[in-house]
Ligand binder design. Structure first.
Ligand SMILES: NC(=O)c1ccc[n+]([C@@H]2O[C@H](COP(=O)([O-])OP(=O)(O)OC[C@H]3O[C@@H](n4cnc5c(N)ncnc54)[C@H](OP(=O)(O)O)[C@@H]3O)[C@@H](O)[C@H]2O)c1
Length: 259
């Protein structure tokens, strides 16, 4: 996204909440929304990371930085209240916070990993949506974009739980899209493929292994956080006004078929 035409997406002065905004895709999205003219609230657990994102914004003083664990009901309620208190409304949200959890065989998995992965990727996102929808209903509508993954469309050999939660994000999003279409609230999903972020890099012990991974995509490279962010901005914006209950894959062609 460039800052050359901030009104092109129809997001000027729109209020947008981004979770997981301190790094990776969420950071790129927060900056992209701000470049498109939106007023942005940045949420995550580590304030120092969110402050780094704030520094990248075109108007850092306008950004709202809020500590929030998406799997804590009180945090999420306070987050959405704080956004409304500061900006007067909530027009759009990008529910991006997520975790891979611990990879490994299903029979060696445990409740701790279940609570982390399901608690973040599904219950946390569900908590965010509930509070966001309630606020949007008061103001007559809005647009929610949820972050899934190619693992929402294919199995994931290293983490059945991660894949299961990301499949669930799509079911939740489609169902909410149906429930709230008549209330002016759209709900869509962006599904990234392998994207060059700290989360992805933490899975590979060497640059060579990461490079090999990148060549699995038909486009023969990793995605950038900005490329996923741009898709989220479009889905959140009025430009996609007739799109709801849909998933946009930003995966370099991985799910297009075998090549
Ligand atoms: N990178 C990829 O290849 C890839 C592929 C498919 C899908 N995705 C999805 O893309 C999203 C962003 O991932 P990323 O690659 O950008 O990784 P990342 O840089 O690690 O970002 C994840 C963000 O989520 C936040 N977060 C995690 N748990 C949280 C919680 N309980 N409450 C609030 N915030 C929480 C983290 O911040 P704090 O720790 O400070 O809270 C962090 O900023 C995730 O949903 C991920 O599943 C990524």
């Amino acid at each position: 996204m460039t800052s050359s035409s901030p009104s092109a997406f129809g997001l000027h002065d729109q209020v947008v909440l981004v979770t997981g905004a301190g790094s990776g895709i969420g950071q790129a999205a927060a900056v992209a929304f701000a470049d498109a003219g939106a007023r942005v609230a940045l949420a995550g657990r580590r304030l120092e990371y969110l402050e780094e994102t704030r520094k990248l914004m075109p108007d850092p003083d306008d950004a709202l930085v809020l500590r929030c664990d998406v799997d804590r009901e009180a945090d999420v309620a306070a987050l959405v209240d704080a956004v409304a208190e500061r900006f007067g409304r909530l027009d759009a949200a990008f529910n991006n916070a997520g975790t891979f959890g611990r990879f490994g065989p299903l029979h060696e998995d445990d409740d701790e990993n279940f609570d982390l992965v399901v608690g973040t990727n599904l219950r946390g996102l569900w908590r965010c949506m509930r509070h966001q929808v309630a606020r949007m209903l008061e103001s007559g509508g809005g647009s929610i974009v949820n972050c899934a993954s190619v693992a929402a469309h294919l199995g994931h050999a290293k983490s059945p739980l991660y894949s299961a939660t990301k499949h669930a994000v799509i079911g939740l999003s489609k169902s909410a899209a149906l429930q709230y279409a008549g209330s002016g609230i759209r709900v869509n999903v962006v599904s990234p493929g392998s994207t060059d972020t700290g989360m992805l890099r933490s899975l590979y012990e060497s640059a060579d292994a990461l490079e090999a991974r990148s060549h699995r995509a038909p486009l023969k490279r990793l995605g950038t956080p900005a490329e996923v962010a741009n898709a989220a901005v479009w889905l959140a914006s009025p430009l996609s006004g007739y799109v709801t209950g849909q998933t946009l894959l930003v995966d370099g062609g991985v799910t297009a078929g075998s090549s």
